[in-house]
Design a protein around this ligand. Structure first.
Ligand SMILES: *[C@@H]1O[C@H](CO)[C@@H](O)[C@H](O)[C@H]1NC(C)=O
Ligand SMILES: *[C@@H]1O[C@H](CO)[C@@H](O)[C@H](O)[C@H]1NC(C)=O
Length: 495
């Protein structure tokens, strides 16, 4: 993903720190951000979040008074996102006020169905939508069934390969189910192909194209970069920002969607939308864009890629166990920032975790464990988290956890396996089996490790050199887990 350029940003960015008073030119640090005095907030507490109504008519006279401390009871989703490092730019500081006006905002984020699952790069979008939802707003997820056919999602310099319709359909289904699972049931999922399939070229040129300035479109950083590259850019991809811009217009008009969120590389597409709404509908205020920063590690590299590839959010493409492990291995230098951005823990609690990290006697990775637990629960649910924790324990040789079929299934895709017939396993010497299962090159190598206490059967260390596999050793009559030392494992399935 190409990050939005600094130039574009300084031109168009309104600092979210600044007040919404047009006359005020001073900036405020977050803690001094002028809040409304003596509660103009009517607060109704529901079971999960505090939902508030704020009457804009009281706003002008109240802004000059000293701000009350509302820190623990903040109802403004924009301020919360700001505090957690989840805002890069806003198209207008007025969004601060819109977020606490009496009617909830409909907020959308787009997801391109270019793979069968969304990945960690898409998680921030879901988290930001989720924050809006927690504060009483209405999230909308938009699957880019139409846009996926034309644009380059990666910001790489190459044109996106064509997706055949079958893959597109499969991807859309996969992504929809993941989003529906993570976001609450009452969130809305739409597909932009539903309106694009009806649009005729001449109508598009008349209704949309006429309002788009080619100069503005070419000045967008992602376009400029592509134009400078050797391959250039096709007319089709150049149109991408208009398609996404029109999506916002469509959603604004037909669904009452007022805010679009996206990664910082989406700035150009998002402002194409707010501009179109302004020009076509003659609405000056009413549509807003919000971008969040890319998720980077402290060394500047992108967070979300492991050696084996992308960190998928679908359990069918990456087990909850591996997902959990990825977050567990985050370095200390990143863990606090990620806790703020990727979890819904109270900031006070995160601060406390951070202080603990500096104390003597801090158990290493406590913060990482918390991060891994919270994110895994958010993405895979309580069950997925349990599966991940069980597998983590099960994969630790010498662990006390009793293996059962379910736990083994949880780790199955992360451990090499082989299939052997019942009588190739039962009554066979462990040393021999570990060679036929491919764990060792030779029986002597197996025997050597066994003598050193490094050979395990179902996580229990085996001491007897002539241990033979018995029927009772086969977990649920289906599998045997062999381990050589801490890392090497083979799952033997009985066929
Ligand atoms: C629009 O989105 C596409 C797909 O994510 C991206 O490749 C492109 O750089 C974006 N363009 C602008 C102008 O933001
Ligand atoms: C797995 O093998 C070990 C070692 O022989 C045995 O003690 C254990 O009962 C077996 N586990 C199960 C669940 O059958």
């Amino acid at each position: 993903m190409a990050a939005a350029s600094t130039t574009t940003r300084t031109l168009l960015l309104f600092s979210p720190f600044r007040t919404s008073l047009a006359s005020s030119s001073s900036s405020y640090s977050f803690h001094n951000f002028p809040k409304l005095p003596f509660s103009p907030f009517k607060t109704t507490t529901t079971s999960t979040y505090t939902y508030c109504c704020y009457h804009s008519s009281t706003q002008s006279q109240s802004l000059s008074s000293p701000p009350p401390r509302l820190n623990n009871n903040n109802n403004n989703v924009i301020e919360i996102l700001q505090q957690r490092g989840l805002i890069e730019s806003l198209t207008s500081p007025d969004l601060h006020d819109a977020a606490v006006s009496s009617s909830p905002l409909k907020v959308y984020c787009g997801f391109d169905p270019t793979a069968q699952s969304i990945h960690l790069g898409n998680l921030l979008g879901i988290i930001v939508l989720s924050w809006f939802h927690r504060l009483g707003h209405q999230p909308v997820a938009l699957i880019g069934g139409a846009t996926a056919r034309v644009g380059d999602p990666s910001g790489k310099s190459l044109e996106r390969p064509d997706l055949d319709l079958d893959s597109l359909r499969r991807n859309t289904l996969g992504i929809e189910s993941t989003i529906a699972r993570i976001l609450s049931e009452n969130s809305v999922i739409l597909n932009n192909y539903d309106w694009w399939k009806e649009v005729k070229l001449l109508d598009f040129l008349k209704d949309v194209g006429k309002y788009a300035r080619v100069g503005t479109m070419m000045a967008k950083e992602s376009v400029k970069k592509r134009l400078e590259s050797e391959q250039g850019m096709s007319y089709t991809e150049f149109t991408y920002q208009l398609l996404q811009g029109y999506d916002f217009l469509h959603l604004y008009k037909n669904e009452g969607v007022r805010v679009q969120i996206g990664g910082s590389d989406q700035w150009g597409n998002i402002t194409a939308g707010t501009e179109l709404i302004r020009k076509v509908l003659q609405v000056e205020k009413g549509a807003y864009g919000l971008t969040f920063p890319l998720l980077l590690k402290s060394d500047g590299t992108k967070f979300g890629k492991s050696e084996d590839g992308a960190i998928w959010l679908s359990p069918a493409m990456l087990s909850p166990y591996k997902f959990y492990q990825y977050f567990f291995s985050v370095p200390d230098s990143d863990v606090v920032r990620f806790l703020k951005m990727l979890t819904f823990l109270e900031l006070e609690e995160i601060d406390e975790l951070e202080r603990e990290m500096g104390r003597v006697g801090y158990v290493p990775n406590t913060a990482q464990r918390r991060l891994a637990e919270e994110v895994t629960r958010f993405v895979h649910g309580e069950e997925g988290l349990m599966e991940a924790i069980k597998a983590t324990k099960a994969l630790r040789p010498g662990a006390e956890t009793k293996l059962d079929w379910e736990t083994i299934e949880g780790i199955a895709e992360d451990v090499p396996s082989c299939s052997l017939k019942y009588d190739q396993v039962v009554n066979v010497q462990l040393v021999e089996l570990s060679v036929s299962a491919g764990l060792f090159e030779s029986k002597s190598a197996a025997r050597r490790l066994l003598k050193q206490g490094g050979l395990y059967l179902n996580n229990s260390r085996v001491d007897g050199e002539d241990k033979r596999i018995e029927a009772e050793d086969i977990v649920d009559g289906k599998v045997v887990l062999l381990s050589a030392g801490k890392k090497n494992k083979v799952l033997v399935r009985i066929s």
